[in-house]
Design a protein around this ligand. Sequence first.
Ligand SMILES: [Zn+2]
Length: 401
Amino acid sequence: MHKIPDINLEAHHIAALKTYFTERHASLLTLIRALVEIESPSGDAEASHKLALFLSHAAREIDADVKVELIEIPHVGTHLCLRFFDDGANNKATLLLGHTDTVHPRGTLDARPVRETAGKLYAPGVFDMKANCALALEAIQALVELNIKPPRSVNVLLTCDEETGSATGRALVEREAARAAQVLVLEPSANGKVKTARKGTGTWTVRAEGIAAHAGLNPQAGASAILEIARQIERLHQINHASPHDTSQKKLSGIHLNAGTVSGGTRSNVIAASAETEVDARFATMDEARQVENIFASLKPFDERVKLSIEGSINRPPLERTKDVVLLYQHARRFASGIGFTLDETSVGGASDGNFVSAMNVPVLDGLGINGDGAHAAHEHIVLDDITPRATLVASLIATL
Ligand SMILES: [Zn+2]
C-alpha cells in the first residue's frame, strides 16, 4: 500500500494560504473568465491550441522554474504538460490532472455569456472544468509566493480530448501517472464531495443482418433485423434489473446498459434487412467489466436466420475505492476540516481520466474541483465562496503529499 508522508502543514501556513487566496480572489476570477472566453469544444484543434498557449503563458508568469510541453495532435487539439519544483532527482511527482476541452460548441458563449449572480459564476465549461485549470496554476503560485516547498515535484497535465473519451490523451495520462506517487484529479466535485469511486465505461455496437422481403406479398420469407435488434435491446436492458445496484457512499456496484441509438430499415413495406444499436455500458468493478465483455461476446440471435455482429470494447476501466484511495481521501478530509469545511466522499456513474490512473494502481483522488453544478448543461456554474477553501485544500495537498 502507498504510504502518505507524515508532513504536517502548520496552522499558520494554512491561514496564510487562506489569506492569499482571499486576496487573490479578483485576479483568480479574471483568469477563470479569460479561460472560459476561449471556447474550446473537443475536436476544435485551433481553439484548443489557443487555450493551451494561453495557459502556458500563465504558467510562465509564476515566479518558478517551469518546463512546458505542448503536445499538438492534428485535428484534435493540444495537450499541455507543466512541470514545477523539479529537483532533478528521479523521485515520483504529484500529478494534477485535468482537461481543457468542453462539451459546448463554439458560439455557446454568445447565447449564454459569462454572468455573475447570487454568489455564482455562470459560464459554459466553467465548472467542468476551466475554473479548476485556473485553480491548479493558482495553487502552485501560492506555494511559490508563500515559500512553501512541496516534498516532490509537481506536474500538471491538462488534456484536450477528455470529454470524447481521451483517444489521444489516454497515453499521456498513463505516461504521467507512471511518474506519479499520487494523482489529484481536478474534475468537478459532486455537491462539494470528492469522488472516491467511478464506474467504468464502454461502448458496443450490435448489428443485425436479416432478410429483406415484401411486407405484404411474402412476409414469411423475410427475417426482420429491426425485430431482432428490438429483442436484443430488451434482453440487454433486463440485465440492468438483474444486476445488484448499490450507489451508497462507500460502495458502488451494478452493471448498467443503455441502448442509446437505434437505426435500420428502409421503408415501412419492406421487412428490414439491417438494423443496429449503439449501447453504452457502465460497470463498477473489473469483475463486472469482464461480465459485460462476456455478455456482448455471447449474444445469440433470437431468429436464427439473422446474423449478429458485435463490435466494441471497454473505454475507461472503473475507478475503484481501494485502500490507497481511502488514505488519500482521509488525508484531504483532515486538511479540509483544518481549513474549516467538511469534505465528504461519493461514488458516481460517470468516468474521468482518473479511471485510467486507478487501473494502473496509482493512488488517485478525484473530484477536487470547485463546487458548483450543471456540468454539460445550460445552468453550468461555480460557487464563488468555494474558491478560497478549495484552493487552500489543493495547495495544502500538494504541500504535504
Ligand atoms: Zn470534466
